[in-house]
Design a protein around this ligand. Structure first.
Ligand code: SF4
Ligand code: ZN
Length: 287
């Protein structure tokens, strides 16, 4: 029996799967994320959230392929093990898994690229992932990119952004970011599920995911915020979901997303708001 305290629900395994699918379907529909005929590309990391998302979408009948970006993190064999899990899921789903190898693309792994820039490694990692997800999705004709950010991720970003009143970041924290010149639509429908619910979904479906954390997670402030939110949640179940959903309903509509002028990067051709080279080319071409 599965106890979902914050929903006041107790479900058996098969009802939990049904509940998960229905909830996902509803969130996609309510937020007008995509239509059944559109080609979808899920960014898969080998972790439980993105694999649960991929699996559930295929089970719901969406034409969904996966994209894995091999960052070349060798510590603890992290990138190779992650790729293995993504590959296993792809073969069970019988769906295409595209793999981009950062070392092949740029001559450098993520830890090697990090030596070229003062940016924190996780910020660089985000930049690399956003760049390739968009570039690849567009090149291969996918209409929508999906990411597996769950409720715990979204609530901790929100807390962190609120604590420093980063209005620009807050205005971009949307589960749906529409397509614009050079950018494919981006959606993250898992904000209604906690990481425990995603793990449960994987366990019931016997989906194996990478259990080790990325070696660079250590000391990340997002972990600290997640711990604080978990403490609050334990004393007051439902707070995390309320915190994020109220943000979406009450504050987000008041925040206007900035729309900077975009022009193509003279080196790679990707659209950027910078004058001159895009942020990605500025890092790796500086070597
Ligand atoms: Fe990338 Fe940082 Fe996450 Fe590791 S912890 S995968 S470096 S964002
Ligand atoms: Zn560029």
């Amino acid at each position: 029996m599965v106890n979902l305290t914050h929903h006041r629900l107790s479900l058996c395994s098969s009802c939990f799967l049904e509940w998960y699918h229905q909830r996902l379907k509803e969130v996609i529909k309510r937020n007008r994320m995509f239509l059944p005929r559109e080609k979808l590309l899920v960014a898969v990391s080998g972790g439980k959230d993105s694999l649960a998302l991929w699996w559930a979408l295929v089970r719901l009948g969406y034409q969904t392929d996966g994209l894995f970006i091999n960052l070349g993190i060798e510590k603890g064999n992290y990138s190779s093990l992650s790729l293995e899990k993504a590959g296993e899921c792809a073969s069970r789903l019988k769906r295409k898994l595209w793999v981009i190898d950062l070392k092949e693309e740029t001559g450098k792994t993520l830890p090697e690229l990090k030596r070229l820039t003062p940016r924190p490694i996780c910020s660089l990692c985000g930049l690399v992932k956003r760049y390739y997800m968009n570039r690849y999705a567009r090149a291969k004709g996918y209409k929508v990119i999906l990411t597996g950010h769950n409720l715990d991720d979204e609530a901790s970003f929100l807390l962190s952004n609120l604590l420093s009143w980063k209005l620009d970041y807050l205005s971009r924290q949307r589960p749906l970011r529409k397509e614009r010149k050079g950018f494919v639509r981006k959606v993250s429908p898992l904000f209604v599920f906690t990481e425990k619910e995603d793990a449960l979904y994987c366990l019931i479906n016997k989906i194996d995911w990478i259990k080790e954390e990325c070696p660079y997670t250590e000391g990340a402030t997002s972990i600290f915020y997640k711990e604080i939110l978990n403490e609050i949640e334990e004393k007051s179940p439902g707070t995390k979901l309320r915190f994020y959903q109220e943000f979406l309903h009450s504050l987000l509509p008041l925040l206007k997303e900035s729309e900077p002028e975009l022009s193509p990067c003279p080196l790679c051709g990707e659209y950027t708001s910078s004058q001159g080279l895009c942020a990605f080319c500025r890092v790796w071409r500086s070597s």
